[in-house]
Design a binder for this molecule. Structure first.
Ligand SMILES: Cc1cc2nc3c(=O)[nH]c(=O)nc-3n(C[C@H](O)[C@H](O)[C@H](O)COP(=O)(O)OP(=O)(O)OC[C@H]3O[C@@H](n4cnc5c(N)ncnc54)[C@H](O)[C@@H]3O)c2cc1C
Length: 436
């Protein structure tokens, strides 16, 4: 890997998501040599993936080159590499470009879609955890309408124009809202010879509520917003199987060419870590983010679950948690070299929010819960500010303003043709999904 051997302790960080990036920004580069590894050469702003999938934003506006972020940082090295195995006994990691020893290892590898062992669903459904998956979904949505034009088989046309989303969490409702916007504003103009009113959007949720992790207020309001946009909500509905055409559920079946999987995620970490993991495959850590049972190995963000009485199920898998943990661990490493005591991580919950298309969002803050247009403005402002730099903010803002004023979405392009489910496994071939 050509990383120089120096006197400073070497910290290897795997993953340049919210947690890994913030850690690398905070750690003092004059006291440590920092090596950051990621399988991609960019950071992905996952909260806006659904807008790429629904033609609202170009991919470039929600990803950011890692090298640019750390331009000029001392003793910092980035390598684009997939970490395949960790040998904790010899303090060595093995990657797609070679091996490297570490003095301290920080795992920030995030999470991947969890299909709960349902192989057909993994094969045919469209998850949305990475940029390439969002681009696949975008292509498939537009492809469906191109194909719907060409068929006289009414059942097949219905299947192409039915969209089924599994999971009524924030991702599920955001995708549904964006599809409803396409249906109302864009598709009737693009496909005047198709009866777009026949397009159906269904959300299937195994639990009894929409946005089950948010307040009762947010849940109630979001359900109303979804129904106002003609989105069909099926609660207490458990998906059992999908053969690429029919979704089989506990109550009834749905015909669709597009099953969007927003129903579950689980931690992803390289092989070799023989330690306790949670039910969601997250690595159990103490309050100082140290992985239990391993020396010099730390975990932050979605991959980590702090074992503390106050958080028996860990912190939620959110960007805000990941960022805070990354920043906090960086500061703790700086304390270590000054001979100071480590501080335990405490999450500062700044609230959660979700948007349901144009003009509608729900916001839960500790002191107030609100929604509607003000909620939507709040959602947009917060997401703009969270983007990595001014250029991304400006590009996203211009796209949003354009689409608000002209009722238009600019990126309705089929870039990567997605195969018919009956003939092709839809799992990405790019190796974008990590090995379990
Ligand atoms: C569609 C969607 C919408 C979301 N919306 C919101 C929202 O509105 N608000 C919110 O707070 N959170 C939201 N989240 C959750 C949030 O994005 C995650 O909690 C956050 O990204 C976790 O950060 P992380 O650093 O732990 O992991 P990630 O951001 O997932 O980063 C992990 C990094 O590790 C890399 N990696 C993984 N394995 C390897 C390996 N073996 N070798 C090398 N590199 C590897 C990956 O390439 C990636 O860059 C959303 C997530 C999704 C998918």
């Amino acid at each position: 890997m050509n990383i120089p051997e120096v006197e400073l302790p070497r910290v290897v960080v795997i993953g340049s998501g919210f947690a890994g990036l913030r850690f690398c920004k905070k750690i003092n580069g004059t006291k440590y040599q920092v090596v950051l590894l990621d399988k991609n050469n960019y950071h992905t702003f996952q909260p806006l993936l659904y807008q790429v999938a629904s033609s609202g934003l170009e991919p470039d506006s929600i990803v950011y080159p890692i090298r640019k972020i750390f331009k000029g940082k001392k003793n910092f090295y980035f390598r684009m590499a997939e970490t395949t195995e960790i040998d904790t006994e010899n303090q060595t990691i093995h990657t797609s470009i070679g091996s490297l020893t570490y003095d301290k290892l920080v795992l920030a590898t995030g999470a991947t879609s969890n299909f709960f062992g349902m192989q057909n669903i993994e094969k045919y459904a469209m998850p949305m955890k990475s940029l390439s998956e969002a681009l696949d979904l975008r292509s498939l949505i537009i492809q469906n309408f191109e194909e719907a034009l060409n068929t006289n088989d009414l059942k097949e046309r219905e299947r192409l124009m039915n969209f089924v989303i599994v999971g009524a969490g924030a991702t599920g409702v955001e995708v549904a809202g964006a599809l409803a916007e396409l249906k109302a504003q864009v598709l009737p103009q693009d496909y005047p010879d198709l009866d777009i009113r026949r397009m159906q959007i269904h959300i299937l949720e195994a639990g009894p509520k929409v946005l089950g992790n948010m307040s009762a207020h947010a849940s109630r309001k979001s359900e109303k917003y979804l129904k106002d946009r003609d989105i069909n909500i099926w609660l207490n509905t458990m998906v059992k199987d999908y053969d690429g055409k029919t979704v089989t559920c506990n109550s009834q079946n749905f015909e669709t060419n597009t099953l969007v999987w927003a129903a579950g995620i689980s931690g992803q970490s390289p092989k070799g870590l023989n330690v306790e993991k949670s039910r969601a495959q997250r690595l159990i850590t103490n309050e100082f983010n140290q992985v239990k049972g391993l020396d010099n190995v730390y975990a932050i963000g979605d991959i980590a679950q702090i074992d503390a009485e106050a958080t028996p199920n860990g912190h939620p898998m959110l960007a805000s948690v990941a960022e805070q943990q990354g920043g906090f661990l960086g500061q703790n490493f700086n304390r270590l070299v000054q001979g100071k005591e480590l501080k335990p991580f405490v999450y500062n919950d700044k609230g959660t929010m979700a948007t349901i298309g144009r003009n509608k969002a729900v916001v839960d803050l500790s002191f107030i819960k609100f929604g509607g247009f003000i909620g939507w403005l709040t959602w947009m402002f917060v997401h703009l500010m969270l983007l990595v730099d001014f250029r991304s903010r400006l590009v996203v803002f211009i796209n949003w303003a354009w689409s608000y004023v002209f009722y238009d979405k600019g990126t309705r392009i089929i870039m990567r043709k997605v195969g018919r489910p009956e003939t092709e496994d839809r799992r990405p071939k790019s190796g974008d999904r990590s090995p379990e």
